[in-house]
Design a protein around this ligand. Structure first.
Ligand code: NAP
Length: 539
């Protein structure tokens, strides 16, 4: 007899809902969470400017329809404190905390007919099933710059993904910031407002679009709440999970991917882009149906955004540096910004191009670039991203059947079926993991689906009298081919891309997420429980 039916690792959106749902099915569950509070990403990412670039009315659970109506969102795009308050409220409302063990960092899991999980203090617990809800962007990445991790620098070095709870003193300080992805783009304008000076060390610019954030208009919130079931339905029918555009739920037919860019003339294309730029957020993804697959179509959007950047940034040289030249727009994740480009018009902000002159070392007083220049700094911020999707799983010593480690199993590329389970690792489920739609679909909604699927798989096992379930090696191989085949037909591989694992040295180059869309994904997940399927072994 195991201590638990289900051990859940991580108390973010996914782990919290998994607890609620699986406990509701009568399973004995406990969540193990490294932080001292719930929230996952929203617990750790406390940097100034952190906010979701999907609208609050969409970036929330759909399972609690009363909460949907009761919760009053303060902003169109909620900042980190608001999302964290929301999740804390969910934990309290559904009495989740009694089954969440905080401040518990799981460091290993081993399977021997059941799973044994061990935490950093050496305490162990056994469970029949494990749900790894560790987040696809939680394994913080520091670039291998000499001196960065060795305590060389006299001042603080802070990663955006583990921002100190007490905050970082910025006033009167000379701050250096490394990284201009989504985190850097959000934190830069806020640091610029407070610090004496800010040097932004940019290796590659990202494409950014304005969020057009604002306090939540009360009548808009009321309108969406009156139509929530329809909004949720539309989300599940869409590719990315977010559909609200310009304060409207677009009518059917205009919600998801649309006609190719060259099906309309140039004036119409410009109108569409301008409308979406003013509407705000990531809705430019949905402008035309072929932006992610056709270089020519993509170029029209690149030109549009480049013109916008040139019109905002006063120094033409700085503007050119901020415009990506090395990858198509949307091939890396688009960044939603609030005052990012304007920050470079400030006297106290300097853009340092480290593309040809990389940071060579962190020194006691700041940093040195390869050409020999020394920069004196009082604080360094690393907005250097994550070992995405696989990193948070591989940093746990996971051993499956016969002691084989997940690290060995994935050494030459990720192997899962449906991004949900791996061969040789029975009864271990991944939520929002690699090779699932994860980064391409709204996490609160997607993890709800996955947690419910896990519940159905467990029920199915009970019905069949099975004690263990795992995918076959063939199913895994087929899924790997499908995930990477879809990516190969897109523009994703055209960028040096964290979505392709390129940002971490030694990581295999592969598409980390499933590009086939939620609807297709969910249909495939449901099929595996059909009597004649051969993709999973129920033993
Ligand atoms: P990221 O996109 O991986 O960006 C990391 C940045 O660090 C890149 O600009 C990278 O440059 C730079 N960098 C790494 N090593 C460097 C070095 N040695 N010298 C100079 N620069 C270096 O990470 P992120 O910004 O944390 O974003 C990760 C993901 O988190 C996003 O894609 C998104 O999914 C999510 N996110 C979402 C939001 C939101 O919802 N608003 C906010 C934040 C994050 P290169 O590009 O040249 O490698």
């Amino acid at each position: 007899m195991t201590d638990l039916d289900v051990a859940i690792v991580g108390a973010g959106f996914g782990g919290m809902y998994a607890l609620h749902h699986l406990r509701g099915r009568g399973l004995r569950c406990r969540v193990f969470e490294a932080g001292t509070g719930v929230g996952g990403t929203w617990y750790w990412n406390r940097y100034p400017g952190a906010r979701v670039d999907v609208e609050s009315l969409e970036y929330s659970y759909s399972f609690d329809t009363e909460l949907e109506q009761e919760w009053e969102w303060a902003e169109r795009y909620p900042a980190q404190p608001e999302v964290l308050r929301y999740l804390e409220n969910v934990a309290e409302r559904h009495d989740l905390l009694r089954d969440i063990q905080l401040d518990t960092h799981i460091v290993s899991m081993a399977y021997d007919g059941a799973w044994t999980l061990t935490d950093a203090r050496g305490e162990s617990v056994s469970a029949r099933y494990v749900v790894a809800a560790v987040g696809f962007l939680s394994a913080r990445h520091f670039p291998p710059i000499p001196g960065l991790r060795e305590g060389t620098f006299a001042g603080p070095i802070v990663h955006t993904g583990s921002w100190p709870k007490e905050g970082l003193e910025l006033a009167d300080r000379r701050v250096g910031l490394i990284g201009t992805g989504a985190s850097g783009v959000q934190v830069i304008p806020r640091v610029a407002e407070e610090a004496a000076s800010l040097r932004v060390y940019q290796r590659s610019p990202h494409w950014c679009v304005p969020l057009q954030n604002c306090p939540m208009p009360p009548d808009y919130q009321r309108r969406v709440k009156a139509d929530y079931p329809e909004l949720r339905r539309a989300e599940l029918e869409s590719f990315s999970g977010f559909v609200l555009t310009n304060f409207e739920l677009p009518p059917p037919g205009r919600r998801g991917r649309r006609e190719p860019a060259f099906d309309v003339d140039e004036a119409e294309r410009e109108r569409e882009y301008e409308f979406r730029w003013q509407a705000g957020g990531l809705c430019l993804y949905n402008s035309f149906g072929d932006l992610l697959v056709s270089e020519e179509a993509n170029r029209t959007l690149q030109d549009f955004v480049a013109r916008k950047v040139r019109s905002i940034v006063k120094d033409p040289e700085v503007a050119e540096l901020l415009i990506p030249k090395d990858h198509p727009i949307l091939s890396k994740r688009l960044c939603g910004e609030s005052g990012y480009y304007e920050a470079f018009n400030r006297e106290n902000v300097t853009l340092v191009n480290v593309r040809g002159d990389p940071i060579e070392a962190i020194t006691p007083t700041g940093l040195r670039v390869a050409s020999g220049a020394e920069h004196d700094l009082d604080a360094i911020i690393c907005a250097t991203g994550y070992d995405a999707a696989t990193g948070s799983l591989l940093r746990i010593d996971i051993r499956g059947r016969d002691g084989r480690t997940l690290r060995e199993h994935w050494a030459r590329g990720t192997r899962t079926h449906l991004g949900a389970m791996s061969h040789g690792f029975p009864n271990l489920f991944f939520l929002d993991g690699p090779q699932a739609p994860s980064a391409f679909f709204l996490p609160p909604i997607f993890t709800q689906y996955q947690a419910e699927w896990v519940g159905r798989v467990i029920e199915h096992m009970h019905e069949r009298g099975a004690r263990a379930v795992e995918p076959t090696a063939e199913a895994e191989e087929g899924w790997r081919r499908r995930v990477n085949g879809l990516a190969a037909r897109s523009l994703l591989p055209r960028a040096r891309n964290q979505l392709m694992g390129d940002n971490v040295a030694g990581k295999p180059r592969e598409c980390l997420y499933y590009l086939g869309g939620y609807a297709d994904y969910a249909q495939r997940c449901e099929q595996v429980m059909a009597p004649d399927q051969g993709e999973f072994v129920w033993a």
